[in-house]
Design a protein around this ligand. Sequence first.
Ligand code: DP6
Length: 351
Amino acid sequence: MMNTANTIEQLKVTWRCPSNIAIVKYWGKHGKQLPCNPSVSLTLNNSYTEVDLSVSPKTGNEDVELSYFFEGERNDAFGKRVAKYLADNIEHFSFLKDHAVEIQSSNSFPHSAGIASSASAFGAIALAMFDVEYQFKGQDIDDAFYQKASNLARLGSGSASRSLFPQFAAWGEINGLEGSSDLYATPVKNVHPIFHNMCDSILIVDDQPKAVSSSVGHGLMKDHPYADARFIQAKKRCSELLEVLESGDMDKFITICESEALTLHAMMMTSKDYYLLVKPNTIEVIDKIFKYREKTGVPVYFTLDAGPNIHVLYPKKYQSDVEDFIKNDLQESCISTIFDHEGQGPMKMNK
Ligand code: DP6
């Protein structure tokens, strides 16, 4: 047990955690941040959150003493969410009893860019918090550290659980994936070389804040008429996707990936309080991708987050062809493009 009587004057850690894009989507949750179906994602590289977390002795008597800054400025809106997260999970962070925390967070990507910022933010926060907890307990970072930190990241934002692992990661219990669990994400290790070095170019067609948040969307799955069928489908697709990742069947990968994107949005359109997040330019870009793929045979395909922006995915081998296609045919329908690719997971920074 850690001796919390030993308060320390100052401890600072810095973690960088990437975002991820789901191939099979998590949409619907129950209990304490548990998914209604498993999901599988690709970890990104250039789109990340960096968190500097400093710990010092408490000055007041609140359970959680947190100052939260985003890009150098105090951010009380997200700070409140983080403070609640820390309070709800205080049993995992024994040092909070005697210590205050300051978080300085920044993103490598613009706000509202269609990149899951809560995934990278909660990934980085969970890693930094748990690193401090490990240091207080005199433990070294090992493989179990990442699994436990993934559980803590999940409690902040479900999709964050997957950002802690390189390449492909699965969250939720999946037939055929040993060790998989609803509590944390598991790295997917058997990946055919055809799926190594995947590129993800994110086309921003709309940079306004979303009309309906993901939390509301998850909630609408509760009494959704198609919920049961959707959860069964996603579970089956996760198992299929793992087989496809191993065998290298690109066509089947594309079918699962694109159908998942459209199914996610179909769920939004068919919920009791229906809504539409795609924009005319989203459809225009998707249509151009279908036509380009049909004409050239280049395996370029799309997925969508819970928003209008399009993630264009393709193997690195086709990078120059697809980047020409994006520049010549797609960028006229977009505000901007973020060129990203498969990443190696989080990193502790020496600052
Ligand atoms: C459409 O992880 O943002 O991106 O757990 O409420 O924070 P919370 O939800 P969040 O939902 C992500 C939904 C998604 C699909 C996915 O990433 O799997």
